[in-house]
Write a protein that binds this ligand. Structure first.
Ligand code: RM4
Ligand code: MN
Ligand code: MN
Length: 424
């Protein structure tokens, strides 16, 4: 299914008046809205190829129907998202869940949908049919060199596929760790992992980056070999200038101060990429901004401040990706909501009176500091985000248009009810 240009225009013309009123009201109050709208229009968030179907837990999975059956159909879904918001112009592939069969055809399809290939993701946390060695006791940390080699070779293969597609980064997330005290020699596990990562690093093309993603727990519940940002940074520093830390918002122990982590990683020039999602307890992979929107804003506040301090381009300086799983919502509606929440947090961060904040800090005026931050956070920036979409020929209300056009019903008509997308 494809959304026609006139359908977006018709939808927008119905909402135009009310949007205009809200937008003008906001511009009277706020300085620099034009600059913010321009920045929002440039900002793109990659959609993970593994999150276009219904997710599940170990207790069950309740499919909603019309899920994409192939990489081509997944790209079709992202193409729809991008038509609706013009902010999802990239796809992040997980190998081997999504192996491109014919690279030229896939590239042509991506061009047709206006998509770019963001970071490639390797998978050494599951055994694949016919695989020689098992990852049951880890991959890069494994006591057996043959297992480590298999994991390294897989990552090198993923890089090759990424090169052919025009990607320029590899994300490595390892499930390696241990489930019981005593199971693992922590130092040896670290050294084995480092050595494996070094072999992968050596295979990186000149202009590529590798992102080392950390996670506190799950599937291992006693220790994780890349368990937190300190460990990830340790690997990244030892690997070299092309290695960076990747922050997934759901991968911390409860109440971790993620905004501070982000700030320091940026200061060190070692923050590489982001996986957006939200959570209440662990790696819940919920819609970005659905549970803790203020935290998302505080993180963006540090991102903007840290990137500005280094003169980095907001849109291209870091790898921006969603990493989510949709158990009860329509995956596409859920992704539209996540993108909107990310855009709002970004817009609010751009509103922060940075000079005022710095002055208030120097005077230890804690009250003023809070006023400044919350003033930005409590501004309803939805008209700014909508204006950016309007100018980019996207929909003023993406979820609304998705429903008006009965996109899901049409996808079910095309693909059937009982389809299953590869992924989480
Ligand atoms: C992990 C982690 C990775 C993702 C896998 C599917 O928890 O977030 O980024 O690739 O899930
Ligand atoms: Mn992740
Ligand atoms: Mn995760």
């Amino acid at each position: 299914m494809k959304i026609e240009r006139y359908q977006i225009e018709e939808h927008n013309s119905k909402l135009a008046q009310s949007h205009q009123r809200k937008f003008e009201f906001l511009t009277q109050d706020i300085q620099g809205t034009e600059d913010i709208v321009q920045k929002l229009m440039k900002f793109q968030i990659a959609i993970p190829s593994w999150a276009l179907g219904t997710g599940g837990t170990r207790f069950g999975r309740f499919s909603g129907g019309g899920e994409p059956r192939s990489l081509e159909e997944k790209m079709g879904d992202i193409g729809l998202l991008h038509q609706l918001n013009q902010s999802s112009g990239a796809i992040s592939l997980h190998i081997p869940w999504d192996i491109p069969q014919n690279i030229q055809d896939i590239k042509a399809l991506a061009a047709q949908y206006g998509l770019r290939f963001d970071a490639m993701n390797s998978n050494t946390f599951q055994d694949q049919p016919g695989q020689e060695q098992s990852y049951k006791f880890g991959s890069m940390q494994h006591v057996d060199k043959a297992v480590r080699k298999q994991a390294v070779d897989h990552n090198i293969e993923v890089i090759k596929q990424g090169v052919a597609l025009g990607s320029d980064s590899l994300t490595v997330w390892l499930a390696d760790g241990s489930s019981f005290p005593g199971q693992l020699n922590f130092r040896r596990a670290f050294e084995n992992t480092l050595e494996s990562l070094q072999e992968i690093y050596a295979a990186l093309p000149e202009d590529w980056k590798v992102f080392v993603e950390y996670k506190a727990f799950e599937p291992n519940f006693y220790s994780t070999t890349v368990g937190d940002w300190g460990q990830s940074l340790l690997y990244a520093n030892k690997l070299g200038p092309k290695a960076y830390t990747l922050v997934d918002l759901g991968h911390h122990l409860p109440n971790a101060n993620i905004e501070q982590i982000v700030s320091l990683l940026l200061m060190e020039g070692k923050l590489g990429g982001f996986h957006f999602n939200d959570s209440k307890y662990g790696d819940d992979d919920l819609t970005a901004g659905s549970v803790k929107p203020y935290q998302l804003f505080l993180i963006f506040n540090e991102l903007v401040a840290g990137m500005d301090a280094k003169g980095m381009d907001h849109a291209s300086g870091l790898g921006w990706m969603i990493d989510a799983s949709h158990n009860v919502k329509d995956p596409l509606e859920d992704l539209l909501q996540s993108v909107e929440a990310i855009m709002m947090a970004y817009a609010q961060a751009l509103l922060v009176d940075k000079q005022g904040l710095e002055e208030a800090r120097l005077q230890n005026d804690v009250v003023r500091c809070q006023e400044i931050l919350q003033n930005a956070f409590r501004t309803d920036v939805r008209p700014l985000v909508a204006e950016a979409r309007l100018r980019a020929n996207a929909a003023l209300n993406p979820v609304g248009l998705f429903r008006e056009l009965q996109v899901r019903e049409k996808l079910i008509g095309e693909r059937g009810y009982k389809t299953v997308a590869t992924g989480l």
